[in-house]
Ligand binder design. Structure first.
Ligand SMILES: *Cc1c(COP(=O)(O)O)cnc(C)c1O
Length: 216
């Protein structure tokens, strides 16, 4: 299937003007990003810093808004602060402080989503609810950051009700953030679970495979 057909099909599954679509282009070639851009799409997500920088430089002739959505090592934050418009996968205070310090104010504030841990697995990245809300209460400490909301990657499940349950927890924490910060972005839902995410109140779905096909 062509990218155009896939893109139209994903858009029709979203079927809600309030929900933005982030095209996840990690491990996809530059040519496919250009193709999607020519169809009028201009927000893209990447997960690997080195790969992302190369792409951002090669595509600097396009007006793309770049979102970082991958795991963050602290020695890479300076690149994220320099190259990206949004960082969705902030999961520690240390990373947030580094991004704040390293963001050049002339680039404008860096848009940030705090990653929420869903489920109790120790290994999973993300804040728990209390940690996340505590950061929202301290947002004035981060003058070069704009906290826009919450991102989460719940454990994959084929069970629609389990998907709904996990996403509605995200929505609940997102609503609690509003007591402290003017947030507008709840980034939940990927190729396999975007319907449940939208039903739960997602404002941004992150879709890779169903737009571009399998990754290389
Ligand atoms: C890869 C990735 C996606 C997209 O996944 P697909 O299943 O290809 O749609 C979304 N969010 C994050 C954080 C990812 O790493």
């Amino acid at each position: 299937m062509s990218i155009e057909k896939r893109y139209i099909s994903v858009k029709s599954r979203i079927n809600n003007n309030a929900v933005k679509l982030l095209a996840v282009s990690k491990k996809q070639p530059i040519s496919k990003i250009r193709q999607l851009y020519q169809l009028g799409h201009c927000t893209f997500g990447e997960s690997y810093v080195q790969e992302a920088i190369e792409k951002i430089e090669l595509l600097s002739d396009l007006a793309i808004q770049w979102h970082f959505i991958g795991p963050i090592q602290s020695n890479k934050t300076k690149y994220l602060a320099k190259y990206f418009d949004w960082v969705q996968s902030v999961s520690s205070l240390k990373i947030l402080s580094r991004l704040n310090r390293q963001r050049d104010p002339s680039r404008g504030k860096l848009n940030v989503l705090l990653q929420l841990k869903v489920g109790n697995e120790e290994s999973k990245k993300g804040f728990d609810t209390n940690e996340l809300l505590a950061i929202c209460q301290k947002q004035e400490d981060f003058e070069n950051i704009r906290i826009r909301g919450l991102m989460s990657i719940p454990k994959p499940s084929d069970d629609y009700n389990v998907q709904l349950e996990q996403f509605s927890h995200c929505k609940d924490v997102f609503e609690q953030m509003k007591a402290y910060v003017a947030v507008d972005t709840l980034s939940i839902g990927m190729s396999s679970d975007l319907e449940a995410a939208i039903e739960s109140g997602s404002t941004m779905v992150r879709v890779g495979t169903d737009i571009f096909g399998e990754r290389e």
